[in-house]
Design a protein around this ligand. Structure first.
Ligand SMILES: [Zn+2]
Length: 208
């Protein structure tokens, strides 16, 4: 008796239904069990056509999975998947703009930037989904739990650049002003409560 369900079989079970439980199994496999490179390649190549069949608001399962896959594509393998990843990025546009609460939107935005090749925020943006972030002071190493709000000094939106600017603009475009505001704190500054060292919050977020 065959008891192993392959990634390909899970995808076959999932692809007809945007809300199939098989998507959860696939996500579990990708995130916690671990998959082979050829399985990752198979998923990335198949997902654009499957995504396109679902209405934008129904793409959470498939595109959150795509984001986790993209976050683990190493730079050398990126060109091999360029076409599929470009297609997925384009399919993520309407999805980002479809209604979502702030928590879900942060996960969507993380997936979208993973599809753009952002290795840090494509994997770690979800850490702000409770409007808090835990990190270490770069000077004394104390672990700080920061609330992304007025106790911090926010970055002025006009001063944001790079990833901060991209994430902030994408949040505003998607009609998620509370996430945009949280991002000004993430890319703003704080002072360590132990040693008074001042630093940029986002500089202390590293990929796990
Ligand atoms: Zn400190």
């Amino acid at each position: 008796m065959r008891i192993v369900t392959t990634v390909e079989e899970m995808l076959a079970a999932a692809e007809a239904d945007a809300y199939s439980y098989a998507w959860d199994s696939l996500l579990e496999e990708v995130r916690h069990v671990g998959i082979h490179d050829d399985e990752r390649a198979l998923l990335i190549e198949r997902l654009p056509a499957i995504t396109a069949r679902f209405a934008p608001a129904d793409r959470d399962n498939v595109l959150l999975l795509a984001g986790h896959l993209a976050a683990d594509v190493d730079e050398a393998a990126w060109p091999r998947h360029a076409e599929a990843l470009t297609a997925l990025r384009s399919l993520a546009g309407d999805w980002l703009a479809s209604p979502a609460d702030a928590g879900l939107f942060i996960h969507r935005l993380q997936a979208a930037v993973a599809l753009e090749g952002d290795e840090l925020w494509g994997a770690e943006l979800h850490r702000i989904d409770e409007n808090e972030i835990e990190l270490e002071c770069p000077h004394c190493g104390t672990t700080l739990a920061l609330v992304l709000g007025p106790p911090l000094r926010p970055a002025a939106p006009a001063d944001l650049d790079g990833a901060g600017r991209r994430l902030h603009e994408a949040s505003l475009e998607a009609g998620q002003p509370s996430v945009a505001t949280a991002l000004t704190y993430l890319f703003g500054r704080t002072t360590c409560t132990e040693c008074d060292h001042r630093f940029r919050v986002s500089d202390q977020v590293f990929r796990y």
